[in-house]
Ligand binder design. Structure first.
Ligand SMILES: [Zn+2]
Length: 90
């Protein structure tokens, strides 16, 4: 399975957790999602940097710009932002 597909599977799991939390958690109050985002986003950045990376150069598929402190997006990029490698190939 390509890093791109695995990254999307991860996004689907996180999104369903957030959706579930907002529907069934705390009586469905939307602000209840906020603590999850505060906890999940740093986890997201850390986990994605380790598990979902470009096979050519090791950059996270969620990195919007190359570099240790570049911004990360909640969705994966099919083409590596650093070297242009197709993360869906193979
Ligand atoms: Zn790359």
């Amino acid at each position: 399975m390509s890093p791109y597909v695995r990254a999307w599977a991860y996004v689907a799991i996180v999104a369903s957790l957030l959706l579930g939390a907002s529907i069934w958690g705390d009586g469905g109050v939307p602000p209840a999602v906020l603590p999850y985002l505060v906890v999940l986003f740093p986890l997201h950045v850390g986990l994605t940097a380790v598990f979902f990376k470009c096979r050519a150069c090791g950059t996270s598929v969620f990195a919007h710009r190359p570099g240790m402190f570049g911004p990360f997006t909640p969705w994966p990029h099919r083409h590596c932002r650093k070297c242009g490698n197709d993360n869906h190939a193979g």
